[in-house]
Design a protein around this ligand. Structure first.
Ligand code: 2AM
Length: 637
């Protein structure tokens, strides 16, 4: 029997397909979940447009041997990580490379790539997939679609592509089908809003998360998942008071935060990421509660069936199905609004249009306009970063809206990622994990002071307070080389120093056990010695113990001239070239993806050229290092 998956469940709602409907396989490659969400949306819309659509990860399809050229349509939705395939598309890439010319004749396909244009590897893997499928003889039915999560139009870019795709392959658009269905919007509301009564409600983070985790398990069971992914919603407790790392905290603030993983947690290693789910700003939660005329401690209960009926035929965009992850448990309205919907992001056009359905005029007309007119939307929403909470609050008098509606309309609150800056064995408790958090604060066009959710939360939490999160191993294998004698070069300006601190602690622990470690050079960059020289004392300690062999610091604001890590790499070219010639030498880069990482790569290439190589063989040498996992980036926008 076929396993039920999130895709097949949505597929049964409002489907127009029959047994003879054409088949469609929707395959996704996703680490963070966005591509999977988009893929699920393709399945739903294709189902409504008359296809028998099924959903699988790219690797699951390869394992099942089910990507075959039998006249079927294959739609691939995938992200890219450092230019590499996501975790569940690695085998697919290998499979694709093995396909001969003409091997995929008879297959028709379309590819959609999800990415962030601030990464220099933007759309790399989706482009490769699109080109390879085509060169193996498959027929491209729609040109490569792309959306940029860094752009305000990313939801509508996807929807435009999907509408185009469905039109090209002969289906009616999902919106047409939805419009034809007179069942829409008739059902009652989705969460049981009301005052606290006899039911027991989890209102605090730890109790709430325990309830959510239990509920997640039952949702997984419901979906037939035998191996549900580990929950990201573990309560992580602040273990020690956080520490300011900048010497002049008025200029900027970077905090060293120590959290504690729950008991029985399998643990982590330096180079891993810590994911936290920061609660919404209480001011925004308050605005929404006010608009909904709800008390913070009002009891709400998720009701899967009701919500499904109410919204099933409304095209809400890619995130519409995230409610499946929501637990059928009692929580307070305050807790739900704090942890589930993203209340701070500007709502997309689809969200504005959905809100319009719940509004009376004149709000209805204004919201409809925001939903349909890209210029107006840009002017009145995205350019001033009007948050969803502010929008709901603004129109509250004419909105008939419940907590459940907000969950459907809002994007899910996204977890934030940090590179861990510790080695478990080096801390007083193996379950401790530290992160190095730069604080983000700015004022939006509406005059609201925006505090980076995770950064302000993490830096300001008291010992014993908890935040939902977990640790995650990245597939790029940003870890110390297995061969401890391999020389390493670390480049980490600003908070990019974080994972290097974990590596240095790990190397110090190895030294203490009598294990020899190879040479380690660190290039660190900051503004000035007496401002933001992070972990200065710790670094001196590592130099003394031998965990760190050489330290080069670039101060960008000490003299009239900017000095960056790449300038230091060039200054040290002789030593760096020597290290690079060791076939085991591994280079780690962490920090800004937009300018720093490409600049640093160019610097390394120049160093190789200075060693006597032509520019093309220098580029080749770096490319080979990247491919063999010896030039590894952990970079972010
Ligand atoms: P700046 O802010 O003075 O320009 C950590 O943020 C350090 O990285 C700062 O010293 C910052 O310098 C520096 N930095 C900014 N842009 C950079 C780039 N393109 N490459 C390397 N370092 C950079």
């Amino acid at each position: 029997a076929q396993k039920a998956s999130p895709g097949t469940i949505e597929g049964t709602n409002g489907r127009k397909e029959t047994k003879d409907s054409p088949m469609m396989k929707v395959l996704y490659g996703s680490n963070a979940g966005s591509s999977q969400e988009f893929a699920t949306q393709v399945v739903a819309s294709a189902g409504k447009a008359g296809f028998q659509a099924s959903l699988e990860s790219l690797d699951a399809a390869v394992a099942a041997g089910s990507i075959v050229p039998d006249g079927r349509t294959v739609i691939v939705v995938t992200a890219t990580y450092n230019g590499l395939p996501p975790d569940n598309a690695v085998a697919f890439k290998e499979w694709l490379l093995k396909q001969k010319e003409g091997a995929l004749e008879g297959l028709q396909f379309a590819v959609f790539g999800v990415g962030n244009s601030q990464w220099h590897t933007y759309q790399q893997f989706p482009r490769e997939v699109d080109a390879s499928l085509h060169s193996c003889g498959a027929k491209r039915v729609c040109s490569l679609g792309a959306c940029d999560v860094d752009s305000a139009s990313f939801d509508s870019d996807f929807e435009d592509w999907l509408a185009n795709l469905l039109q090209r392959i002969g289906g009616a658009t999902a919106t047409d089908v939805a419009a034809a269905d007179d069942d829409a919007g008739k059902d009652e509301f989705v969460l049981e809003d009301g005052p606290l009564d006899k039911i027991s409600v989890s209102a605090d983070v730890k109790g709430g998360l325990a309830a959510i985790n239990d509920a997640m398990k039952s949702v997984s069971k419901l979906l037939g998942e035998t191996n549900p992914p580990p929950s990201r919603n573990l309560p992580l407790e602040v273990a020690l008071p956080s520490r300011e790392l900048c010497k002049k905290a008025d200029a900027r603030s970077v905090r060293h935060v120590t959290l504690k993983l729950p008991e029985n947690h399998p643990g982590y290693q330096p180079g891993d990421h810590l994911e936290v789910l920061p609660p919404n700003d209480p001011a925004l939660v308050k605005m929404v509660l006010e608009a909904l005329q709800l008390r913070e401690d009002a009891a709400v209960r998720w009701n899967l069936h009701k919500v499904e009926k109410k919204w099933r035929n409304v095209n809400l965009g890619k995130d519409a199905r995230w409610w499946e992850k929501l637990p059928p448990v009692h929580l307070t309205a305050g807790l739900v609004l704090r942890y589930f919907p993203d209340l701070a992001s500007p709502p997309g056009r689809k969200a504005c249009a959905a809100l319009a359905q719940l509004a009376k005029s004149p709000a209805k007309d204004e919201l409809t306009l925001l939903g349909s007119d890209a210029e107006q939307h840009k002017l009145k929403v995205t350019s001033i970063q009007l948050s969803l909470a502010e929008l709901i609050h603004k129109y509250r008098a004419e909105l008939e809206c419940q907590v459940g509606d907000i969950l459907m309309i809002a994007k899910p609150l996204a977890p934030r990622r940090y590179s861990v800056s510790s080695n478990p064995e080096s801390l007083q408790d193996k379950r401790f994990v530290t992160v190095t958090v730069g604080q983000v604060v700015y004022t939006t066009g509406t005059g609201r002071v925006h505090r980076g959710l995770a950064s302000t939360q993490l830096g300001n939490m008291a010992v014993g307070e908890a935040i939902p999160g977990n640790v995650k191993t990245m597939q790029s294998n940003f870890h110390l080389p297995e061969d401890r004698s391999a020389p390493i070069i670390m480049v980490g300006p600003g908070t990019g120093l974080a994972p290097m601190m974990g590596f240095l602690q790990q190397r110090e622990a190895l030294l203490k056990k009598g294990i020899k470690v190879g040479h380690a050079t660190l290039f660190f960059g900051c503004r000035a010695r007496d401002e933001d020289y992070l972990y200065q004392e710790e670094l001196q300690g590592h130099l003394q113990s031998g965990a760190l062999s050489k330290l080069h610091v670039a101060f960008s604001r000490e003299s009239g001239q900017k000095v960056y890590v790449q300038d230091k790499i060039w200054e040290e070219r002789e030593a760096v070239w020597k290290l690079l010639q060791d076939p085991k030498c591994t280079v780690f880069i962490c920090g800004d993806a937009r300018a720093m990482a490409p600049d640093v790569k160019r610097a390394f290439q120049k160093v190789v050229e200075s060693g006597g190589k032509s520019s093309s063989s220098a580029a080749n040498m770096i490319a080979t290092m990247v491919e063999s996992g010896r030039y590894i980036e952990d970079v972010w926008a």
